[in-house]
Design a protein around this ligand. Structure first.
Ligand SMILES: C[S@@+](CC[C@H](N)C(=O)[O-])C[C@H]1O[C@@H](n2cnc3c(N)ncnc32)[C@H](O)[C@@H]1O
Length: 255
């Protein structure tokens, strides 16, 4: 039976890869690269580097496919994304059926970890539910951008016995991140921290974590928000893309 691996490759540094991931990489016949968006070429390059560096004495193929784009005419966000996942499931299903022999292993190299703001698992579920393609699959965990952020700033994410919220820039702007003392924000193209300029809050911000371009900034949010915005804008212009993550925290509740 065909087998698919969803391998978490870590969020940027090729050395974030785990031993379990390296073992999985070494049984793969076909790697499927499905990157999209502004960072596409750089992410493809990193995936290629990972294959070249860690796969030993084994021939493999790389299949690159353009991901379908979301339909901008659908106004409801959840509906738009769900429809997009279904479209992608059809593309993935056709690609796996065409490119992978019955007894071969394929892999999707997932940025960071497949459990965190990534749709590959949902797409696999859609394909399984359609019931037209028979395969087994396995998930190999990876180091998320959140772990990279914490390690690079040398911080714990939670205060003692406290909760943390993981959310998106969109939710933060809408005031939906809840009342936790610490909030991690991802997928924020709009510098949404500007909407929560509470005097008490500290920010631990990281962009291109684990990569050569890595930038770390931390301090009182009200004092460094405009500096982060400036640096973010400048680096995005220079590189054509940026990925950043940050922790907002009330210092009095630090642990
Ligand atoms: C689609 S999500 C994927 C998250 C990924 N699965 C993970 O485990 O980190 C992309 C978001 O993750 C964050 N991110 C991923 N890699 C990053 C990096 N190297 N540095 C900073 N943020 C990163 C950013 O917030 C970005 O908008």
């Amino acid at each position: 039976m065909r087998k698919l691996y969803l391998i978490g490759i870590g969020a940027g540094n090729p050395e974030y890869i785990t031993v379990q991931a390296i073992k999985a990489l070494n049984v793969v016949d076909v790697f499927f690269f499905m990157d999209k968006g502004e960072a596409k070429q750089d992410l493809v390059t990193l995936r290629k580097e990972i294959c070249e560096r860690y796969v030993e004495n084994r021939s493999y193929r790389v299949v690159e496919v353009d991901d379908p784009v979301r339909d901008p005419t659908i106004s409801d966000y959840t509906t738009r994304v769900e429809l997009w996942h279904r479209q992608r499931a059809l593309v993935y299903e056709e690609m796996v059926a065409k490119e992978l022999e019955e007894d071969q292993c394929g892999a999707f190299l997932v940025w960071g970890d497949p459990s965190l703001y990534d749709s590959t698992l949902r797409i696999i579920e859609h394909i399984t539910a359609r019931g037209r393609l028979c395969f087994e699959f396995e998930v190999i965990p990876g180091i998320t951008s959140i772990q990279a952020l914490a390690a690079r700033h040398k911080i714990t994410l939670n205060g003692i016995g406290e909760s943390i919220v993981i959310t998106t820039g969109r939710q933060l702007s809408a005031g939906l991140s809840g009342a936790a003392a610490r909030t991690i924000v991802m997928l924020d193209g709009q510098c949404s921290f500007n909407n929560v300029l509470d005097e008490e809050l500290d920010i631990f911000w990281g962009a291109y974590l684990g990569m050569g371009e890595e930038i770390l900034l931390s301090g009182k949010l009200s004092e460094i928000a405009s500096r982060i915005e400036e640096v973010r804008h400048e680096r995005r212009q220079r590189n054509g893309w940026i990925m950043d993550t940050y922790l907002l925290s009330k210092p009095s509740e630090a642990g």
